[in-house]
Design a protein around this ligand. Structure first.
Ligand code: FES
Length: 62
């Protein structure tokens, strides 16, 4: 079980929410943003969000 931390301060999105969205079928970053709104504010979290997204995709979508 990994620790939960906030990735996106603007939209209050955590790494766990990103992982859940990926598990629920968000296999592109666009779909992830549609599901969570991560990175749709200032955009400052995009690099971190992409990193977590890629890790989650590798983990859950084989
Ligand atoms: S911190 Fe994510 S959009 Fe601003």
């Amino acid at each position: 079980m990994s620790e939960t931390y906030q990735i996106c301060d603007c939209r209050r999105v955590t790494n766990t929410q990103i992982e859940e969205a990926v598990k629920n079928g968000a296999n592109t970053f666009d779909k992830l943003q549609a599901a969570t709104h991560v990175g749709t504010g200032c955009g400052g979290c995009i690099m971190d969000a992409i990193k977590v997204f890629k890790e989650a995709r590798a983990k859950y979508l084989v």
